[in-house]
Design a protein around this ligand. Structure first.
Ligand SMILES: Nc1nc2c(ncn2[C@@H]2O[C@H](COP(=O)(O)OP(=O)(O)OP(=O)(O)O)[C@@H](O)[C@H]2O)c(=O)[nH]1
Ligand SMILES: [Zn+2]
Length: 208
């Protein structure tokens, strides 16, 4: 299958789907261990390159999946008001340090008059797909919003992502507990302060 990710309106994410090269990844992990001064041939590390390669394949699975397929199935349901799924757990990888950032995503949209809605799980699947790539939080947030806008043509979309970046917690500036919040709004969520406020209020007020 060949496909291109049409998410970015600026066209920055147009590229053919890659394939995972297990052997190459194993060699790279072995090299990294050697570069760190470790002995990849000692007992405890013998299986590590293969294990790490498999883990990367899983953690970057979103590179090998077409986001449009996630939203291919829609239902006719006359609900022209907000649909919001909050607290979707997110584990992604900061592309600068290849360290995780993790937190929660809140994804909402207002279906259009055609009543095109998607399954609730698909919103979480979409977040997962884009999270499982080398990312920056801003791009992850926009990509989810853009994919929803493109496939559902809804009245409005809002995506809010709250995450802690381990590159800021366990190294560097070392500020564990600091959280980064990003949002992306499209359509009526951008043009109508009332729609946006309603969604943000529901997101903020979700905990007792
Ligand atoms: N905007 C944005 N920045 C990120 C994200 N993830 C990591 N970063 C930042 O990317 C920057 C990379 O900065 P560099 O100066 O090139 O790298 P560095 O020397 O390791 O930086 P420090 O983390 O400050 O030690 C850091 O400021 C990170 O905090 C992200 O999702 N969005
Ligand atoms: Zn980082």
């Amino acid at each position: 299958m060949t496909w291109t990710d049409k998410t970015s309106s600026s066209g920055t994410d147009l590229r053919p789907v890659p394939v995972f090269d297990q052997d190459r990844a194993e060699r790279a992990v072995r090299e990294l261990l050697l570069a760190c001064g470790e002995d990849p041939d000692r007992d405890g590390l013998l299986d590590t390159p293969a294990r790490v390669a498999r883990a990367y394949r899983e953690m970057f699975a979103g590179l090998y999946t077409d986001p449009d397929e996630v939203l291919a199935k829609t239902f006719d349901e006359s609900h022209e008001e907000l649909v919001l799924v909050t607290d979707i757990p997110v584990y992604s990888f900061c592309e600068h340090h290849l360290l995780p950032f993790h937190g929660v995503a809140h994804v909402g949209y207002i279906p259009n008059a055609d009543g095109k809605v998607t399954g609730l799980s698909k919103l979480a699947r979409l977040v997962d797909l884009y999270a499982k790539r080398p990312q920056v939080q801003e791009r992850l947030t926009s990509q989810v919003a853009d994919a929803l806008e493109r496939k559902l043509v809804p009245r409005g979309v809002i995506v809010v992502l709250e995450a802690e970046h381990l590159c800021m917690s366990m190294r560097g500036i070392r500020k564990p507990g600091s959280r980064t919040v990003t949002s992306a709004v499209r359509g009526s969520m951008r043009s109508s302060a009332t729609s946006r406020a309603e969604a943000l209020e529901l997101i903020k007020g979700r905990r007792p």
